[in-house]
Design a protein around this ligand. Structure first.
Ligand code: MF3
Ligand code: CO
Length: 275
């Protein structure tokens, strides 16, 4: 049986956008605090503060018993690192992954940030992973297929010599953090489920300097590269609209600017149609 994908209406997408603004603020404030000496638990507290200030709830806390508000994954940790007393050190890279629920709607996003000055290899891995996400998002146009998204991410990552993690994938998102369909970061152009208007997904490439194999630590959560190589992770939640993909996990101020741009573009179209 084909899994059921819940397509979202414009008003449902607007609700998810409010969760996305909280997620973006969490990432901004956590990222701004990253410096040598700060602990990953300190970052978790910053994330929890934003959730509380905005009257939101965490998508992660309590999810299958997950004990924190954010995930903080350092160096060879790929995803799902549990915040704790570990101090970040100059030269580390840290993946920060957060999710928020507003009025029952989820948004989910992640960034990887350098701690102080990092080696050029680490900086490049971060840049390439973020650009791979951007390319994956751009491929999520109505009428395209999910394989186009995975292929766009994979092609760019592998062209730079990095491997794409297979054991963890992106996902549909909405009333639940994880909904069908799965959104792999690898694939074949023209294959997979068609992408239609109203589809809301989280795309989240995880790129490794070494091989793609993963290992879960004894805490039951932290996922590392099997070969100990460096890994980076970026994620956005997006909605597919008639106009194309729209990223929902952006700050409220950016959403307001984009909203005005969309409004004036449709006003221009309407005026042009009158002539
Ligand atoms: N962004 C992660 C994902 O999509 C969520 C972290 S899992 C949790 O898989 F357990 F921490 F919630
Ligand atoms: Co996710």
């Amino acid at each position: 049986m084909k899994e059921l994908v819940a397509l979202k209406s414009a008003s449902e997408i607007a609700a998810m956008r409010r969760a996305g603004a909280v997620v973006a603020e969490m990432l901004e404030r956590c990222s701004a605090a990253v410096r040598p000496g700060i602990t990953t638990a300190d970052l978790d507290k910053i994330g929890a503060d934003v959730i509380r200030e905005r009257g939101a709830a965490s998508s992660f806390l309590g999810y299958y018993g997950y004990p924190a508000t954010i995930c903080a994954s350092v160096n060879d940790e790929i995803v799902h690192g549990i915040p704790g007393r570990r101090k970040l050190r100059e030269g580390d890279i840290v993946g920060i992954d957060v999710g928020a629920i507003v009025d029952g709607w989820h948004a989910d996003a992640a960034v990887t940030v350098p701690v102080g000055k990092v080696k050029p290899e680490a900086a490049k891995l971060i840049r390439v992973t973020e650009e791979a996400l951007r390319r994956g998002i751009a491929a999520a146009r109505p009428g395209a297929r999910l394989g186009d998204v995975g292929a766009a991410v994979q092609r760019y990552a592998e062209a730079h010599g990095y491997s794409v993690v297979r054991n963890y994938v992106g996902h549909g998102i909405g009333r639940a953090m994880h909904e069908p369909p799965q959104v792999p970061n690898y694939g074949t152009t023209g294959q997979g489920r068609p992408i239609s208007v109203g589809l809301c997904i989280a795309i989240e490439p995880m790129l490794n300097v070494g091989g793609p194999e993963t290992r879960v630590e004894s805490d039951g959560w932290t996922v590392r590269t099997a070969d100990g190589s460096l890994s980076a992770h970026f994620e956005h939640t997006l909605a597919v609209t008639e106009e194309g993909p729209v990223v929902l996990t952006v700050p409220a101020a950016v959403q307001a600017r984009a909203g005005r741009a969309v409004a004036s573009a449709s006003a221009r179209r309407a005026a042009a149609a009158q002539r």
